[in-house]
Design a protein around this ligand. Structure first.
Ligand SMILES: [Zn+2]
Length: 168
């Protein structure tokens, strides 16, 4: 009798395990589909067109991974409400609701507008281990993300004003 009940419990566990892994697989394929959709919306422009569209400073920061001097940008001290969009393509990047005063001299946010609207890349340039943040739609360089931000995320997205355009 004991043996039978142990056997039944084992079968139950096996069934549960199958159910859980089946669910996992279905979410996996969903996110694959989503990422394909996002990929198809990407903007690929020749460098000459970006150069014509942007100012020299904007081009240097967004297309050549430059950094504006701290305490010089348009938005580092801004308390205005709105959505910060990509200077290059208008993709919604950050909400003023998640902006905070980091004291660094660059606009700082603790969360992106939508996770899908930004991309993260390891950046080992200048002898530092950092994580670069780019626009998922046009690939514009935005800045870097650090893990010394405020709650609830503990993240600090340190973004160049020159990469942003506030939509009030
Ligand atoms: Zn963009």
């Amino acid at each position: 009798m004991k043996f039978v009940s142990i056997f039944l419990i084992l079968i139950l566990f096996a069934l549960l395990y199958n159910l859980i892994s089946a669910n996992k697989q279905s979410t996996c394929s969903c996110s694959k589909i989503n990422s394909v959709n996002i990929m198809s919306e990407k903007i690929a422009k020749p460098d000459s067109e970006w150069k014509a569209q942007l100012s020299d400073e904007e081009y240097y920061v967004t297309r050549q991974k430059g950094t504006e001097k701290p305490f010089t940008g348009e938005y580092y001290n801004s308390k205005e409400k709105g959505v910060y969009k990509c200077k290059c393509c208008g993709n919604k990047l950050f909400s003023s609701d998640t902006k905070f005063d980091s004291g660094t001299g660059w606009p700082s946010f603790w969360n992106p507008f939508l996770k899908e609207n930004i991309e993260l890349h390891p950046d080992n340039s200048l002898g530092m281990k950092r994580i670069e943040v780019t626009c998922s739609k046009c690939g514009a360089h935005l800045g870097h993300v650090f893990n010394d931000g405020p709650p609830p995320t503990g993240l600090r997205y340190c973004i160049n004003s020159l990469s942003l355009k506030l939509d009030k």
